[in-house]
Every structure is written in C-alpha cells, then in structure tokens.
Design a protein around this ligand. Structure first.
Ligand SMILES: NC(=O)C1=CN([C@@H]2O[C@H](COP(=O)(O)OP(=O)(O)OC[C@H]3O[C@@H](n4cnc5c(N)ncnc54)[C@H](OP(=O)(O)O)[C@@H]3O)[C@@H](O)[C@H]2O)[C@@H](O)CC1
Ligand SMILES: Nc1ncnc2c1ncn2[C@@H]1O[C@H](COP(=O)(O)OP(=O)(O)O)[C@@H](O)[C@H]1O
Ligand SMILES: [Mg+2]
Length: 288
C-alpha cells in the first residue's frame, strides 16, 4: 500500500501554462439534485468550479436552477428532465453522475440512459444516489462504455454494491470484488472508498491510502464536494489515477488547514479554500 501525500499531489497540481484557455482545463457535466437534494449538486458544482474545471455545466431539477445561478454564476445549468441532457453528455470530457439524484423511477431511467450514452473517450464518475442505483441494478454495469469509470462510495455504499460487509472490507476483498464486478466489462476502473482514511484502488491491484483529513469534515455534503473536485481534476489533469489521488488529498488538505482554527469544517468552505491549497502545491519545490 502506498500513501497519498503532498509529494504525490504536487506532481499533479502544476503551475498553469500561460498559453492556455478555459478549454485547456476541461469540460465537466454534473448530473443530480432532485427537489429534495438540491444542496448536493450545488456543493458538487462548487467543488468542480473551485478545483479549476474550465467549463462546468449542471443538469438538475428546475427548482435548483435559480439557486445555482445565484450562488455560482460560473456554472451553466440545464433541466435534468429535458432531452437536451444527452446532447450535453456528448459535449463534456467528464460526467459526474449521482449527487442528490435520488433513487425513484425517473432518477433510475436518467441514470441508466446516461450510463450508456457516455463514450470511451469520456470519464464517468459515479457517486451517491448513482452508486445506490448501480447497486440495485448491477446488470447496468455491462452497458458502461466510458473510457474510465471512477466510483466514490462511502463504506455503506460500497457494501451495497460489493456485498462486502463494512467489517470485512479489507484490501484483498475490495480488489477481488472490484475485479469481479468490472474487469470483464470495463477496462479502467478506480474505486475511491471513503472513510476517515480513504483508500483508492484500481484494477491493476494498486492500493493507496490518504494521509490527510480530520473529523471536522464529517458533515453532510463533504462527499458531494469531493465528487465535484475529483471530476474537475480528471478534466484538468487528465483521466488517470494520479488525478484522483491528488483530488482526494487536496480535499482533505483544505479540510486540515481549516480544522486548525475551526471546530468543524463545512463542505462549501473546503471549496472556497481550494484555490489557495492548489496554488501552494503548484509552487512547491517539485514543481519549480
Ligand atoms: N444537502 C444535501 O442536499 C445533501 C444530500 N445528500 C444526498 O443524499 C443522498 C443520500 O446520501 P446519504 O449519504 O445521506 O445517505 P445514504 O446513501 O442513504 O447512506 C446512509 C446510510 O449509509 C451509512 N453511512 C453513511 N456514511 C457512512 C460511512 N462513511 N461509513 C459507513 N456507513 C455510512 C449510514 O449509516 P449511519 O449514518 O446511520 O450510521 C446510513 O445507513 C445522496 O444522493 C447524497 O448526494 C447527502 O450528500 C447529504 C447532503
Ligand atoms: N472522520 C473523518 N476524517 C476524515 N475524513 C472524513 C471523516 N468523516 C468524513 N470524512 C470525509 O468526508 C467525506 C464523506 O463523504 P460522504 O459520506 O459521501 O458524504 P455526503 O454524501 O454527505 O456528501 C469523505 O470524503 C470522507 O473521507
Ligand atoms: Mg455521499
């Protein structure tokens, strides 16, 4: 097992080249946010914008569009239930599917259709309700065509998908079940198993453990924020394991900075602090 640390993250978060534009930093589409869970997709979108995605679009319930535009004018918004959703899916490098999507029949239909629309040139990150829907409909795994799939479950979501009880979730079991669920169907899969010390796995059998993070981060929406940040890192730094590792680390490093002076750390504060954390990493000795 390897450790995810500052050294590793600073190899990914480099100084930006002067000759660049928004397209250089990737296009990300976040899909989720039912009437009930609008906050989840707002927090994911805020994570994506503040982590540096070049262009961020959100597909959500119409009731969330005005709050989103008010809070985050940098993001574009479309109606989750409009057929235009699938044109948008085709236009983006990274699709984040699931934060606050809900698990009713309409959500399931959208989930299944997006899953099979994402092409092999694109990355699909599945989080939250998306993971619950996948666990309830495992036959959908064979319809995934995405070039890279990133799963970001907490331990219970992983239990639902893998059938491994939380107490039995060790590296060997996690790798075995990840392979049995995906290796025949999807070539490139990364599992981010979230906990107080998040571990990251891939189909090559690599295992990494996060060295940052704190209990002040145990607040609803913290995972939704990580989904947005990870999507933005994949869009910006490329569809590879290192982008995911750096995202996990930066999310927690921002949390640790804030925890020094605060009893608890809000997800939106992590997003707000992220550009500073990324600047610091980009100026570290490895990058100069
Ligand atoms: N502001 C908003 O709009 C927010 C919206 N959100 C959206 O809500 C949707 C539902 O997501 P969710 O995570 O709240 O509930 P769900 O998937 O049913 O899991 C709960 C079950 O899992 C367990 N459990 C949880 N964490 C665990 C862990 N680390 N390790 C182990 N177990 C853990 C937990 O156990 P317990 O807490 O009872 O101990 C319980 O049994 C989703 O779409 C999300 O995006 C939220 O993000 C919040 C902010
Ligand atoms: N005690 C803790 N120490 C470090 N990180 C934590 C702790 N509790 C929660 N986290 C982090 O917060 C996030 C929680 O994700 P998740 O359960 O999906 O939240 P939500 O669905 O409410 O957005 C994960 O990134 C996890 O690693
Ligand atoms: Mg979650």
């Amino acid at each position: 097992m390897k450790i995810i640390d500052e050294d590793l993250a600073s190899r990914v978060v480099r100084l930006r080249p002067g000759k660049s534009h928004k397209g250089t930093y990737g296009r990300i589409l976040l899909i989720g946010g039912s009437k009930q869970y609008g906050g989840a997709i707002l927090m994911a979108a805020e994570g994506a914008v503040m982590a540096g995605a070049g262009l961020t679009t959100v597909a959500t319930d119409p009731s969330n569009v005005t709050p989103l535009r008010t809070r985050l004018p940098e993001a574009m918004a479309i109606d989750l239930y409009s057929p235009a959703l699938f044109d948008q899916v085709a236009k983006n490098d990274v699709i984040v599917l699931g934060p606050g999507l809900g698990t009713d029949e309409q959500a399931k239909n959208i989930f299944a259709k997006v899953l099979e629309t994402v092409s092999k040139e694109q990355t699909l990150l599945i989080d939250a309700s998306g993971l619950t829907l996948l666990a309830q409909n495992r036959e959908l795994i064979s319809r995934i065509k995405a070039g890279l799939v990133v799963l970001t479950p907490h331990q219970m979501e992983w239990q639902w998908l893998s059938s491994i009880k939380i107490a039995d979730q060790n590296d060997q079991e996690n790798l075995k079940v990840l392979a049995s669920l995906f290796s025949e169907k999807v070539k490139n899969v990364i599992l981010v198993l979230k906990s107080h010390r998040t571990r990251v796995y891939d189909l090559a059998g690599r295992v990494y453990q996060n060295s940052a993070g704190n209990p002040g981060m145990a607040t609803g929406g913290m995972g939704d924020t990580l989904a947005g940040i990870t999507g933005a890192f994949l869009a910006q730094f490329g569809p590879r394991l290192e982008s995911v590792l750096a995202a996990v680390y930066c999310h927690s490093l921002a949390g640790d900075d804030l925890y020094q002076d605060n009893y608890l750390v809000l997800p939106t504060k992590i997003s707000e602090h992220l550009p500073q954390v990324m600047k610091r990493l980009s100026l570290s000795s490895k990058n100069r």
